[in-house]
Design a protein around this ligand. Structure first.
Ligand SMILES: [Zn+2]
Length: 321
């Protein structure tokens, strides 16, 4: 089956969610064209491709938020294998130049893909490689259910970068395609390696764990007093995990006035076909600890699944109870 690549041409033709402008160009127009060229190249090479803006007048959503959600929902519903979002950078420093890749998390499949794409871009465009940067807050990186890379192809505020993006869009398309091919060939090599003995278990280093859990799952915590009637605000929640190279904290937060802590993102393994509970291949296990001066400590293991919000109830007992 062909690999499915979702190409998201950033922004909209008009506001809401129009792009940056510089040197007489508009970001949304530059990335629209580069996206079309990239789709042509990838299709010719046997990939299955879907574009967020297939025509020049495709306008997505009615607000910034719904414009971003439209792309992510489309890619998730389509079941894309990879999500590539195309953008142009802007800076008040006119000399700032080059390509960079933003990903949800370093040490992930997306980060590897981003590195390969940057290599390809530097190859074909000659622009500086500014590296891969984690940006977990970006909506299209955190809500996509597949490895996602947001590319800042060049600076629209830099004359050389902007003229190149406008005048030679095919160079950017070729560079990205080159990187995707490089990545896919590498992945094909590693796919035949035997699976580790304990896929998600003890003895892993932090880096190995991230490799095995390149996706995102979500956690919602609901703290209440023993009788389930009263929510408990102010509970300090920590999500961590022990690794061969020490314990790592993934999340720290405090429950709100409704006793709730929501939208916690954690690395998760690809879900695959089944949703078998306790399947070590499909769940990532963490330690959750809850602390509140009036209540007894709670320490529970939690399991996180790709693309799913796990709801963890925290039943708290007063210390003197
Ligand atoms: Zn942009």
């Amino acid at each position: 089956m062909a690999i499915k690549i979702y190409i998201d041409q950033g922004h909209n033709p008009q506001n809401p969610n129009a792009g940056a402008e510089g040197n007489g160009y508009r970001e949304q127009d530059l990335v629209f064209t580069i996206g079309l060229e990239l789709a042509d190249i990838l299709r010719a090479e046997g990939y299955d491709v879907r574009l967020s803006r297939p025509t020049a007048d495709t306008q997505l959503g009615t607000s910034n938020a719904s414009s971003l959600a439209a792309r992510v929902n489309d890619a998730n519903a389509w079941g894309a294998d990879y999500f590539i979002s195309l953008h142009a950078n802007a800076s008040s420093i006119a000399s700032a130049s080059g390509s960079e890749a933003l990903v949800y998390r370093l040490g992930s499949v997306a980060a590897e893909l981003g590195e390969d794409i940057l290599d390809g871009l530097a190859d074909t465009t000659g622009l500086p490689d500014r590296g891969v940067t984690p940006r977990p807050n970006l909506y299209v990186l955190r809500r996509t259910q597949m490895p996602a890379v947001l590319l800042e192809l060049g600076f629209i505020t830099n004359k050389r970068d902007a003229d190149l993006m406008a005048g030679r869009p095919e160079l950017f398309a070729q560079g990205i395609a080159e990187g995707i091919n490089e990545f896919v060939n590498d992945t094909a090599d590693t796919a035949v390696r035997p699976t580790p003995e304990i896929p998600n278990g003890e003895g892993l280093t932090y880096a190995q764990f991230l490799q095995q859990n390149p996706y995102k799952g979500y956690l919602k915590v609901q703290a209440f007093r023993g009788d389930q009637t009263y929510p408990v605000p102010g509970v300090a929640v920590t999500v961590s995990r022990e690794f061969a190279d020490g314990r790592r904290v993934f999340f720290e937060g405090v429950t709100d006035e409704n006793g709730i802590l929501d939208g916690i993102d954690l690395p998760a393994a690809p879900r695959g076909e089944s949703l078998v509970p306790d399947d070590p291949l499909t769940t990532a296990v963490y330690d959750l600890s809850a602390r509140h001066p009036l209540y007894r400590d709670v320490d529970v293991p939690i399991e996180i699944y790709e693309g799913i919000t796990a709801i963890q109830p925290l039943r708290l007992l007063l210390k003197e109870e």
